[in-house]
Design a protein around this ligand. Structure first.
Ligand code: ADP
Ligand code: ZN
Ligand code: ZN
Length: 803
């Protein structure tokens, strides 16, 4: 087969297909699907991914592949298929889908080098190439005209490796170790035979007779103040030998994790894990939803299921929300599986990410714990995929390709015939509905493993605080409880929802919020026009000066920043030591962990923060959790706002009293009667699910319908409006099913970003088998304008970010 089908790195919809290239003789038995190549494209040379090989092409004058970048494919066959599926599902370009699946380092054309890993003789040509060196720039290999097949074989035999030179503080290299290659008594004999003039050699030998363990070459040379030639002399006499070990930029020190072993499972845990184990044994794919309260032992179930998978010789992917990739979470996996675990999160440097990816690619680890993109880990023998906190929005990528990690996980689970386990204390409505229908297998854990009750939740009505003359952000109750907590030497966590900053209008007298009459969603305040607008249906009205409900003039825009709260808090309780954790204080790498460590070391009494403090944290000494404004999220123009409020309140309540000390929770709100607040305080997920499902049904939102969101942006307002109108018109002429609704054009919630206007339209549908194809066809009509006039059209087939 002399023809390669290549997806080229030219992100344009007119080029979104494979192109045929001739494979030159020298690459013919080297090139495989999944490798990256350099190909001529127009006047340029671009990178591309080989999708497949063929013996014929429909075209005559084929250009040749200019270079092959990999000697081992970076995409497995499965990942090639997955990338195609991903592009089609999310309506994104193939090239963008593939690039989302690989670490950054592999996207650019980094410098490469060959490294010799062993002293074993290599084929003559390679021997000449290395010429006694350990490292050879890749270009030398290219210009030497050596057949790549030879190099490939040397790589397979473990004698040579190729790697990318990524600039990073610690560059990954192989570290050379020296160890004795003979028995000690033979070394002793050799020691006697050595001439006294070889003083340094004798010293080294004496060292290895004393301490026969391997030692890093550098350390050895430094310690004995000698040079490599001394070592080489002993290596030549076959007394010592050289061993090379790959040294990764391992951001975690594996030795620092205390080893743990499997706990004896509780009855509920046993019941939940058994069907998963059965799937693992039978190579069967099911999706399991573990609905378990915080502290019910979900993580222990994950750990034991993974143990089964590893015992079977298979691999596991564990997804956790970015923000929960705290040392606490990592410790649980590393503690159980040690160095078999790779960790992938966004705080790693590009080099570190590449190293972790490489450890997976080279099958040096069996488990990866990571954020969203870890779902693409290049394992070939997957035995389980676990998604913890499956309801988290961070599993949805808000950039092309706009995928949800849950969908990718299920797709891979089907291919690999392995179970996918979703876990949460507050499952996404979509997931729970699927479990109710039997599409997912449901397991419920209702008890905490330590049998401790969930902490008691007190709801404080902030309207009555106001009536009693308290205008501060802190109720009298919360202030007293905070003081008592600090006096007892215990700690408190205070949550502020910073989202919803000054976006909705609320009456401080009666709690009334202006909502859209057609959509049951809070209207958003638009400062420029002094109007309130609905982002779903374009309804608008002027900002009222008096509350439409009680006629009070205490109506105002809602939202307050953490910094202001911190100031108010230190005024209110001057003796409190406060740590603030929000996007501002955690921007620097490692800042997040540092703050958590300070809090764990009791260097502060109160941890004040945004959503990021709600997840996964587990502090023994925290006995009080306060939620400052439980409703700030409730009135965001997002049909999921009640669900998000319920999730957040449940999650943050779980932070209190996890250990011996009893905990309590105070929730401040202006709308205490709202079902999401009331039911969260009772930990009643099922009732919440039922209420919320009714609302979704009434207003026709997921899971009753599917959504597709199309957003248009351009510098010219009229262009945006007209384009969106045309798209809406096009959509109406394509939809087939009764009940399908197209909303819009309406201005996007943030109507102008960086001097570009944004409009959107949304499709609500139950069944529209050709919708993807139709949308594709409609937006292709604007290709010219996209290319020449900087028009942007984005499609999200599963929108989460509606505000
Ligand atoms: P979740 O993930 O549901 O919040 P965890 O797995 O973190 O729950 O478990 C909560 C606590 O209970 C942890 O400290 C864990 O070590 C402990 N635990 C879990 N399973 C058991 C068990 N079977 N026996 C005793 N302790 C357990
Ligand atoms: Zn009012
Ligand atoms: Zn509306």
């Amino acid at each position: 087969m002399t023809i390669a089908n290549v997806i080229v790195d030219v992100p344009a919809s007119s080029i979104n297909q494979t192109f045929d290239y001739r494979i030159p003789e020298r690459f013919q038995d080297v090139l495989e699907p999944g490798m990256r190549v350099i190909v001529p494209f127009g006047p340029r040379r671009v990178m591309g991914y080989v999708m497949g090989k063929a013996s014929t092409s429909d075209y005559d004058k084929l250009k040749e592949i200019a270079d092959v970048l990999d000697l081992v494919p970076v995409l497995t066959d499965e990942l090639i298929d997955l990338g195609k599926w991903l592009a089609e599902k999310t309506l994104s370009l193939y090239i963008i889908a593939f690039q989302a699946m690989l670490p950054q380092v592999l996207k650019a054309n980094y410098k490469k080098e060959l490294e010799r890993l062993s002293e074993a003789p290599l084929p003559d040509q390679l021997e000449t190439l290395f010429a006694g060196r350990d490292f050879v720039p890749y270009e030398e290999l290219e210009s030497a005209g050596i057949h790549y097949h030879q190099v490939q074989k040397a790589i397979q035999d473990g004698d040579v490796s190729v790697h990318y030179l990524v600039k990073s503080k610690v560059t990954k290299r192989h570290v050379t170790y020296i160890k004795p290659s003979r028995d000690i008594h033979l070394l002793e004999e050799a020691y006697q035979d050595l001439s006294n003039r070889a003083k340094k050699q004798k010293e080294l030998l004496a060292h290895f007779i004393e301490q026969p363990e391997e030692i890093a070459l550098n350390t050895l040379l430094k310690h004995f103040g000698t040079t490599r030639s001394t070592v080489n002399a002993l290596v030549e006499k076959q007394l010592l030998e050289i061993v090379k070990k790959e040294q990764y930029r391992n951001p975690y020190n594996d030795a620092a994790f205390e080893q743990t072993t499997a706990l004896e499972l509780t009855e509920q845990q046993e019941q939940s894990i058994e069907p998963i184990r059965q799937d693992i044994r039978m190579d069967h794919h099911d999706v399991f939803l573990i609905h378990g309260v915080t502290g019910s032992g979900k993580t222990e179930i994950y750990l034991q299921a993974i143990q089964d998978v590893i015992a079977k010789g298979q691999e596991a992917i564990v997804l956790v929300p970015e923000i929960s990739l705290t040392p606490q979470m990592v410790r649980r996996f590393k503690g159980r599986f040690g160095s078999s675990v790779a960790v992938m999160h966004s705080a790693l440097s590009n080099g570190e990410k590449y190293d972790e990816w490489r450890r997976i690619h080279q099958k040096e680890v069996q488990v990866v714990v990571g954020a969203r993109s870890a779902v693409f880990a290049p394992f070939e023998n997957l035995g389980i995929i676990i998604i913890d906190e499956e309801h988290e929005n961070s599993y949805k990528q808000e950039d092309q390709p706009r995928y949800h990690a849950r969908d990718v996980a299920i797709q891979r689970g089907k291919t690999h015939h392995c179970p996918v386990v979703l876990g949460s204390a507050t499952p996404a409505l979509e997931s729970y509905a699927r479990a109710q229908k039997g599409v997912y297998q449901l397991a419920s854990l209702t008890k905490r493993t330590n049998d401790k009750a969930m902490p008691h939740v007190d709801i404080v009505d902030m309207r009555s605080e106001l009536h009693a003359g308290n205008r501060s952000m802190f109720s009298r109750d919360l202030k007293n409880k905070l003081e008592q907590c600090i006096n007892r030497g215990e700690q408190a966590v205070l949550l502020l929802n910073r989202r919803g900053y000054s976006t909705f209008v609320m009456c401080r007298e009666c709690g009334h919020v202006n909502e859209c009459p057609h959509c049951d969603i809070a209207l958003t305040f638009h400062k420029n026009s002094n109007q309130l607008k609905c982002h779903y249906c374009s309804y608008e009205e002027l900002v009222p000066t008096r509350c439409p409900s009680c006629n009070s003039d205490l109506i105002r825009f809602f939202g307050t920043g953490t910094q202001r709260i911190e100031e108010a808090l230190t005024q209110l309780i001057p003796q409190a030591r406060v740590l603030r954790m929000d996007v501002d204080t955690t921007r620097r790498k490692g800042a997040h962990e540092k703050l958590l460590n300070q809090f764990a070391n009791k260097e502060a009494d109160i941890l004040l923060g945004t959503q990021m403090i709600a997840k996964g944290l587990d502090f023994e000494n925290v006995t009080l959790v306060g939620v400052l404004t439980a409703d700030s999220m409730l009135h965001l123009p997002d049909f999921r706002s009640a669900e998000k409020t319920f999730q957040l309140l449940t999650q943050v309540s779980g932070r209190a009293g996890r250990h011996d000390l009893p905990g309590e929770v105070i929730v401040q709100t202006y709308t205490p009667e709202h079902y999401s607040i009331e039911l969260a305080s009772q930990y009643d997920y099922l009732q919440f699910y039922q209420n919320e499902m009714q609302m979704r049904k009434k207003f026709q939102y997921p899971p009753y319908v599917f959504l597709a969101l199309i957003t248009v942006s351009h510098q010219n307002h009229a262009t945006v409006v007209q384009t969106t109108q045309k798209i809406v018109k096009g959509l109406w002429s394509h939809v087939q099913e009764e009940g399908t609704v197209i909303l819009g054009p309406t201005p996007s919630p943030i109507t102008r970003v960086k001097d570009r206007y944004r409009y959107q339209c949304m499709v609500k549908y139950k069944q529209e088998p050709n919708l993807r194809a139709s949308i594709h066809q409609i937006i292709r009509q604007f290709d010219d304008q996209v290319r020449k006039d900087d028009l942007q059209i984005t499609v999200d087939m599963q929108p989460y970010q509606l505000i």
